[in-house]
Design a protein around this ligand. Structure first.
Ligand SMILES: Nc1nc2c(ncn2[C@@H]2O[C@H](COP(=O)(O)OP(=O)(O)OP(=O)(O)O)[C@@H](O)[C@H]2O)c(=O)[nH]1
Length: 383
């Protein structure tokens, strides 16, 4: 296929893909929309640039080359910006610098000082800088958010950067290979529009997968954690507790459960307001999590009641761990303005003894908690 037709087909594919992303825009969560808009603008600019490349024989070179290259490079900058927005990184005007410098260089070597090789080198460099930066943005983020789609997208950026680099080197090493980028005699010119279409076409699919992966993770997090404290919620505790109970029943590791209840919590709400009550819950959650051992898991059971799954070999170890939880909460009063509010917790502990139901263990811990409350609160009892 000749490069002109290839550029036109590539532009059409880019516009169609941008259009699909546009149709899905309303379904994306508000937080992802700015990034999706930047990606769409990026694909649109690249498509416009490709159309100009396709019709470059019919227009003056000093106009069409800086304009076409400028549009494509700004489009790549748009995709890079989209990635930064996706990962919550700040907007920086410097993101536009490679595209602007590249356009300026191409204008200079198309008009005042015509030089095909210089134009290719400048365009290759500008592309490489932006693509490597975009790949780096995505790869750095995948350390926090491990998504296969992110790796695929980073791979697309990296492969394109490599192609642009090799293309630049090819034209420098083979100076007579072609006179323009739509010259049919060069095989690399036939490949260029196809590879230029990879980012706005395949990359758009990767971008949509990235969005759907982010949405799935957010839903999973929302379904498994408590919205107020960020701890595991009752559903997660039930699932993980049942797992650990089964492991303990098979003899692989001891397991105990601590049911932690804030003392006189209603009084905090009544005296200082519901918001202060929420702050108290958040503080207790933080302290329990910090005091829990590496193999333990703290969760919010509901209201002012927490559960800590303890990797404890026996009653003595479980009581010691629960004692540390109680001390940690007691040691840090809630700072509400000038007056610190003392917070204590009562804890009921139950050690797994071959039960097969977490509810049985919870019932024992609840009975122990009742004893702790009845015995004056701020204490630990074994069930
Ligand atoms: N601020 C706030 N309060 C909550 C939340 N969930 C439950 N509560 C309140 O927690 C209080 C629980 O009070 P009670 O069950 O009487 O227990 P208590 O005052 O802690 O007394 P003891 O457990 O006997 O020491 C009620 O006033 C609930 O309204 C919440 O998410 N935020």
């Amino acid at each position: 296929m000749d490069p002109t037709t290839a550029f036109l087909i590539a532009a059409l594919m880019m516009l169609l893909n941008g259009g699909v992303l546009g149709l899905m825009h309303g379904d994306l969560p508000a937080a992802l929309r700015p990034s999706a808009i930047s990606w769409r603008i990026g694909t649109l600019l690249q498509a416009c640039g490709c159309i100009l490349f396709a019709v470059q024989q019919f227009m003056p070179a000093e106009l069409v080359l800086p304009l076409g290259n400028g549009l494509v490079m700004l489009g790549v900058a748009g995709c890079w910006r989209a990635m930064r927005q996706f990962y919550g990184l700040p907007d920086r005007w410097i993101l536009l610098l490679p595209a602007l410098l590249g356009t300026l260089g191409i204008w200079w070597f198309a008009g005042p000082q015509p030089d095909f090789i210089a134009r290719i080198v400048i365009a290759s460099l500008a592309w490489c800088v932006m693509l490597v930066a975009a790949a780096w943005t995505v790869l750095a983020a995948t350390r926090r958010e491990q998504a296969l789609s992110a790796r695929v997208l980073a791979g697309i950026f990296a492969v394109l950067a490599l192609f642009m680099l090799l293309r630049g080197v090819y034209f420098v090493v083979m100076p007579g290979a072609a006179g323009t980028i739509v010259d049919r005699s060069s095989w690399i010119n036939a490949l260029t529009p196809m590879l230029a279409a990879v980012l706005p076409v395949i990359g758009t699919t990767g971008f949509l997968l990235l969005c759907s992966d982010r949405i799935r993770r957010q839903w999973e997090r929302a379904a498994s954690t408590d919205y107020l404290t960020g701890l595991a919620n009752r559903r997660t505790i039930a699932a993980l507790g049942a797992q650990r109970l089964a492991q303990a029943a098979r003899g692989s590791g001891g397991f105990a459960l601590a049911l932690v209840d804030i003392d006189h919590f209603k009084a905090i709400n009544d005296r200082h307001g519901h918001e202060a009550g929420d702050l108290a819950l958040q503080q207790v959650a933080r302290l329990l999590q910090a005091a829990a051992g590496s193999g333990d898991l703290a969760g919010r059971q509901g209201g002012e009641e927490f559960v800590v799954l303890l990797a404890a070999a026996g009653a003595a170890q479980a009581l010691a761990a629960a004692g540390r939880l109680r001390e940690a909460v007691r040691a840090q009063p809630l700072q509400l303005g000038a007056a610190p509010v003392a917070i204590t917790v009562s804890i009921g502990v139950a050690v797994a003894q071959g039960e097969h139901s977490l509810d049985d263990l919870l019932r024992r811990a609840d009975a122990a908690l009742y004893q702790a409350k009845a015995a004056g609160r701020d204490r630990v009892e074994l069930g």
